[in-house]
Design a protein around this ligand. Structure first.
Ligand code: ADP
Length: 658
């Protein structure tokens, strides 16, 4: 009853039980797809923004360089007009550098490339290269000189190891090339001043040359993880330069990852809690099933009880009755539950007594060993019940009422009454037996002293009548008469003593021995009457619970009656047959004589006390015999023999069957 394993009787798991799990998995999948789509759209948007931003950066730089180019062209024109005025060059140069921080230096070179003057001034060649083929700016210089237009050099590392590129503008005076104005633009400065901070916060902006070498870069923070990048050419006005923007690992990605992880963890938690809930549910179901089985078992027990059960609350109201109780009183449970005294099954005539006992029970003073009470069935019949009352304690240990077990003891009472009556009958029988024995003993034993007394008294009377006596002559017969009278008294005392001791004693008793002993007593009598007694033992032994002497008395009586009944027959026919046999659980003794039998009118009174057809008979013999046999739970009866004569039979329960 206390097993925790899921019993076999659990209802099979229907498909809908799996639905929460399926729904959960679908939700997780949906969220995953949603996240992926979001991610894709984010990436796309990021890419578009990147392109937009890098184009904007390129435009911005382009705008500044173009503006530089125009300003340089203007200065070159002014210098041409003012015959390369040094003052103009220095003043305009300083102003140009101050307003355009990406320009590091302005130089004026002769048409052979040799440096004439520089702002700010410098010792030696600022580019670190002598004019000529080796100088990285030489092609641009030549191009400017030959085309008469602004030309841009490739980028190179100058004397200070800074990455620069130059804008070369030819200076004409009266259509003659007199010099070449050059502006040295620093890549780093260009990036620093023309890439705004908010772009640098989002991207790493680099300027690369044709070979992909990074010439300068601007970043807001350190790159954690390289993201998407986009490259835009910076030409014109730069030469062979490109701007590259690379996205930082965005925070959005981190948030998205955290979100995805959170969704995944939440889904896992939801699934595991779903599993837990299901396990809990299964355990609960199993417990409920076990409980209902337990309940059914207890109900079956209650229903199959033969003892009536009745519960009452503290006010005496019936709260429960079991079927046995209903069966006992004849009312249905719903007719009894909720009733308060007086109950329908109380006997109206005993209302006061019953109510008194009811209050005694409610006060907790019911007899511990139960009490007997009379109740009434619905059909009006009363019956005796044995009731045990006990306090009803609930699961919290609270005393909530009284529980009674009620047993119908009517049959037991009847059996007790019968046993009581039997006992009384037995005592009566015993007294009767004693009386009969006493009477017959007295009759036999007193006969002799009384006849002696009578004859002595007659002798004395004769002497007195003859008138020839002396007192001395009368003394001996009179003293003998006294002696006889005393003897009669002794006999009576002895009989009295015998009677007091003659309580029946039941013990293992051999019927074979009873017959042997009884027949040995009857033998002299039989011989006197010329009767042959034949004993036929069909069983070697028959043991019964009985009083040997009393059973002997029965056999003695029956055989004496038989012997006496055959006294008038011719000697050949005087035959008494005694048989010991067994039939089923009983031993049987049959005593058959060949006498005249018993007339039908005599048969009716045969076992009545004091019924006799004999002049000297007591008429107690057969009555006592039947009482003795019935006392031994046996039966004694008479049967006429078809060939004449009487058959007396008694049967007794065999010991093993008792
Ligand atoms: P009693 O022998 O003193 O008369 P019993 O009770 O023994 O008393 O017998 C009652 C009567 O039953 C006897 O008087 C007799 O008439 C009749 N009776 C008993 N046994 C026999 C028998 N074997 N054959 C014929 N009559 C019998």
């Amino acid at each position: 009853m206390t097993k925790t394993a899921v019993p076999n009787g659990l209802p099979s798991r229907p498909a809908f039980q799996a639905m929460p799990a399926v729904a959960m998995v679908l939700v997780v999948m949906l969220l995953g797809v949603l996240l992926w789509l979001l991610h894709r759209s984010d990436v796309e948007e990021e890419r578009l923004t990147l392109i937009k931003d890098i184009l904007w950066v390129e435009q911005n730089i382009h705008f500044h360089l173009t503006s530089d180019e125009e300003k340089l062209a203007q200065l070159a024109a002014d210098l041409g007009r003012r015959s390369l005025s040094l003052e103009l060059f220095e003043n305009a140069g300083h102003a140009l550098i101050a307003n355009n921080p990406e320009i590091q230096r302005l130089t004026l070179r002769g048409d052979d490339g040799v440096l004439s003057v520089a702002v700010p001034p410098v010792q030696g060649e600022p580019s670190g290269f002598v004019p000529g083929e080796q100088a990285p700016w030489w092609p641009a210089f030549q191009l400017a000189r030959s085309t008469g237009r602004v030309s841009w050099s490739q980028a190179y590392a100058n004397a200070n190891n800074g990455m620069v590129f130059e804008a070369m503008v030819p200076v004409y005076q009266d259509h003659d090339l007199v010099a070449v104005l050059s502006a040295e633009i620093s890549v780093d400065s260009m990036l620093t001043h023309h890439v705004p901070w908010w772009v640098a916060e989002k991207y790493k902006i680099e300027v690369i040359d044709q070979g992909g070498t990074v010439l300068g870069a601007k970043t807001g923070v350190q790159l954690t993880e390289p993201g998407a990048s986009h490259q835009v050419r910076l030409e014109p006005p730069g030469q062979g330069l490109s701007v590259v923007a690379t996205i930082y690992a965005s925070e959005g990605k981190l948030v998205r990852n955290v979100l995805a992880a959170a969704i995944f963890i939440l889904a896992l938690l939801a699934l595991s809690s779903l599993g837990l809930v299901r396990r809990h549910l299964r355990r609960r179901l199993a417990a409920e099933l076990a409980l209902s089985q337990e309940h059914a078992f207890r109900k079956a027990m209650e229903d199959s009880l033969t003892v009536g059960m009745r519960a009452r609350d503290l006010d005496g109201r019936v709260t429960y009755v079991n079927p046995a109780f209903c069966h006992m009183v004849g009312w249905q449970a719903d007719e009894l539950v909720g009733r308060v005294p007086p109950m329908p099954y109380w006997v109206p005539e005993l209302l006061e007594d019953t109510l008194r006992m009811h209050h005694k029970v409610l006060a907790g003073n019911a007899p511990r060993d139960g009490f007997e009470i009379q109740f009434r069935r619905q059909n009006g019949e009363t019956f005796w019940a044995l009731v045990y009352e006990a306090p009803l304690i609930d699961a919290q240990g609270q005393h909530t009422g009284w529980m009674a077990s009620v047993v119908d003891i009517t049959e037991r009472k009847a059996a007790e009454e019968m046993a009581h009556q039997q006992q009384e009958k037995l005592q009566r029988t015993s007294r009767l037996i004693t009386m009969g024995e006493m009477a017959s003993t007295l009759a036999h034993e007193l006969n002799q002293p009384l006849s002696a007394i009578a004859s002595y008294a007659t002798g004395c009377l004769n002497r007195l009548g003859a008138d020839n006596f002396t007192p001395e002559e009368l003394r001996p017969p009179l003293s003998k008469l006294v002696t006889q009278a005393q003897r009669a008294g002794q006999i009576i005392r002895r009989v009295h003593d015998f009677v007091r001791k003659s309580e029946p004693r039941l013990q293992v008793c051999s019927l074979r021995q009873v017959l042997a002993d009884a027949l040995s007593f009857v033998d002299p009598d039989a011989r006197k009457h010329g009767v042959a007694v034949v004993l036929d033992k069909q069983v070697s032994e028959a043991l019964v619970d009985g009083d040997h002497v009393m059973l002997e008395q029965v056999v003695l009586n029956l055989t004496r009656n038989g012997v006496e009944a055959m006294s008038g027959l011719p000697p050949r026919s005087r035959r008494l047959e005694v048989t010991l046999s067994a039939e089923g659980d009983s031993a049987r003794v049959t005593i058959r004589d060949h006498g005249p039998g018993i007339a039908p009118e005599v048969r009716e009174n045969l076992f009545q006390p004091f019924f006799t057809t004999k002049a000297e008979g007591m008429g107690m013999g057969l009555n006592i015999c039947r009482s003795i046999i019935e006392f031994h739970r046996g039966r004694l009866w008479f049967e006429p023999h078809p060939d004449g004569g009487s058959v007396f039979i008694f049967s007794l329960p065999l010991r093993s069957a008792a």
